[in-house]
Design a protein around this ligand. Sequence first.
Ligand code: NAI
Length: 217
Amino acid sequence: MAKQAISTPVIRRLPRYYRFLGELEQEDMERISSKELARRMGLSASQIRQDFNCFGGFGQQGYGYNISELREKIGMILGVNERTGVILIGAGNLGKAIATHLDFQKRGCELIGIFDSNPDLHGVNTAGLPILPMEELSAFCRKHKPQVAVLTIPKGAAQELADQLISLGICGFWNFSHFDLRINNPQIIVENVHLGDSLMTLAYCMHRGEGCDTSDE
Ligand code: NAI
């Protein structure tokens, strides 16, 4: 499939399509029209067609979309069959919750190392991995070559750590630290996550007294 620039809103909708199609597969559905998929997802049929056209369009006129084929193709675009090595830094409340409850493998990633600066945590088994001291980070990265780092550390530590991680080959950050990393290298991808923003969006919609599903915008 030829690579082309895809807009961020489309990319953000892809995991949702992937998830919905997985649910339809579990209902033993084989195919679905863009209209029916739109109805179930709260989108418009033209939005769905436009989104899929960014990747060459997947449907057939009069037939709709074959659910498992479509899911597989979207999965390929999302790279769910890949095994991107991930390390997590900061095994506190949030870090442990992410390590334990998120299925990395279903999303094309593999959590291969967990690090924390607190000696009391070293060796503690979390999601099947021992929490490692920061002193082992460099050697670990040289050996296992992780590409992604999850940052669940306090904001004050984020920038220095990110710079160190980039020098160790990390090229993607899933950054929960509440600090907007300053990275001048366009090859490095940063996904900042602020759960509070999502809550404020909900609060705003509720105060406006309108139902607004913001998940697909
Ligand atoms: P926590 O205090 O339970 O865990 C932080 C962990 O990071 C501790 O185990 C600590 O030893 C470790 N740590 C601190 N500095 C470090 C360093 N330089 N290198 C390695 N490890 C280091 O805190 P919690 O509740 O897990 O939150 C972690 C961070 O995530 C905080 O900055 C918090 O504000 C943020 N947060 C972000 C959310 C979001 O939506 N983005 C939601 C909740 C928390």
